[in-house]
Design a protein around this ligand. Sequence first.
Ligand SMILES: C[S@@+](CC[C@H](N)C(=O)[O-])C[C@H]1O[C@@H](n2cnc3c(N)ncnc32)[C@H](O)[C@@H]1O
Length: 257
Amino acid sequence: MLAATEVDRNTKRRTAAASAGSLRSRAAGAKKLVKAALALYLYQPTESESEEYHKWYFNTLVWKKTTWMGVPCWKSTADMWNYQEILFELKPSLVIEFGTAHGGSALFYATIMRQVGQPFKVFSVDINHKRLERAARRDSDILFVESSSTVPAIGEHIEHLRSEFPGKIFAILDSDHSMNHVLAEMKLLRPLLCAGDYLIVEDSCLNGHPVLPGWGPGPYEAIEAYEHEFPQDYTHDVARENKFGWTFAPNGFLIRN
Ligand SMILES: C[S@@+](CC[C@H](N)C(=O)[O-])C[C@H]1O[C@@H](n2cnc3c(N)ncnc32)[C@H](O)[C@@H]1O
């Protein structure tokens, strides 16, 4: 039998736990409401169905709930299909990814490349690998490096990998989406990519292209600035960019000249 004071204490504990739980669920509800309101606020309808779909896809955050083999992969499924087609055709020996997050996208590239059937490595860099999931981490075809993508050591690492895995490179920029950072990544890759290598600059859809107008200069503006400085470096693969009617990487499908 519990003493009266003990019963009293237990009741108080249960009441406190219940009210903390209800506070948490109220906070989660409020967060959902804010997200929905924000999506509506950012939604500016146009005549273009593909643009409407793009905005719906982005604003509902469905990309955040997309997984590859159970690991979050923050992409548009249309882009993933496009990348699969590029990887199969290009048959690169080295896939470079800046921006790992959970590792779902690195796992996706490795899965496709294993089917292609030639020796390859996926090199995936992130400034912080705390979110990286075990299912991706244990894939021996992927080399994960925790670092900022723009430090010279990353360039040296790529140079070394290129000699270890000679052949084409498929590189994808999906880390810090500020203009200056993306521009620095493009410049870092400049001496490392050869004619025929492929570069995707992701999330150039930010800052009103067509999502999140007012976000500030991002990947789209980085591509423009790079091309202003080095106009001869890349050819735009417009056919692939337009293939599925929309992409998170507008203007960002680039083939090195
Ligand atoms: C959009 S997420 C990557 C998503 C992932 N590629 C996918 O498709 O699932 C961006 C990642 O870039 C990383 N990041 C931010 N700044 C960085 C930097 N300076 N260098 C490398 N990675 C960075 C973040 O830690 C984050 O995990």
